[in-house]
Design a binder for this molecule. Structure first.
Ligand code: IMP
Ligand code: MG
Length: 171
């Protein structure tokens, strides 16, 4: 596509996703895996990651949106498609952790459902932008402070279907 610079190509994405899947599989040898995909950005990552895991996984979906106001942003849960997570070992699947506000909202929300454990797996981590202190359990790539698109990530709802992660070139 025009004017888009590749940051992480398709091969690198798939290789790292496979590594994360194998790591999760070995960490969850004696546990069931219940993935919670955060829509919409994490959809491609969740699909690929889950297919690289060779044991059974459950997959559920939550949709959150953030509204950016003048001085703050507010996170809102807009759809809950969760089955029962009580006593399950859940892994929240995120596309990117930026300020950390989404997870700061989601984790207490999910804790109320009494899962046995909660871990977080994010494809991308933009550490420099963190406002709320948060360390994910599994990270695909740490990236610099750039607005990225593709592989689920959007700019104004566009570009999610790029098979790689990129950013718009300034011209
Ligand atoms: P948070 O700031 O950690 O709460 O992240 C909020 C959400 O902002 C992420 O889940 C993404 O959907 C979105 N986001 C943050 N950085 C980017 C980016 O570089 N590209 C596209 N979406 C982003
Ligand atoms: Mg997101």
């Amino acid at each position: 596509m025009d004017n888009i610079e590749t940051l992480i190509n398709e091969e690198e994405l798939q290789k790292r996703t496979k590594e994360l899947a194998h790591q999760i599989e070995s960490d969850y040898k004696d546990k069931n895996i219940h993935l919670i995909c955060i829509l919409k950005g994490s959809i491609f990552f969740t699909c690929d990651l889950s297919r690289y895991i060779s044991k059974n996984v459950k997959i559920d979906f939550l949709k959150v949106e953030s509204y950016v106001g003048e001085n703050s942003s507010e996170i809102k849960l807009v759809a809950n498609m969760l089955n029962d997570i009580k006593d399950d070992d859940i892994i929240i699947i995120e596309d990117i952790i930026d300020t950390g506000k989404t997870l700061n909202y989601l984790i207490p929300y999910l804790e109320k459902e009494k899962p046995r454990s909660i871990k977080v797996c994010t494809l991308l981590d933009k550490k420099a932008r963190r406002i709320v202190d948060f360390e994910p359990d599994y990270v695909g790539f740490e990236i610099e402070d750039k607005f990225v698109i593709g592989y689920g990530l959007d700019y104004d709802q566009n570009y999610r279907n790029l098979p790689y992660i990129g950013y718009k070139k300034e011209n």
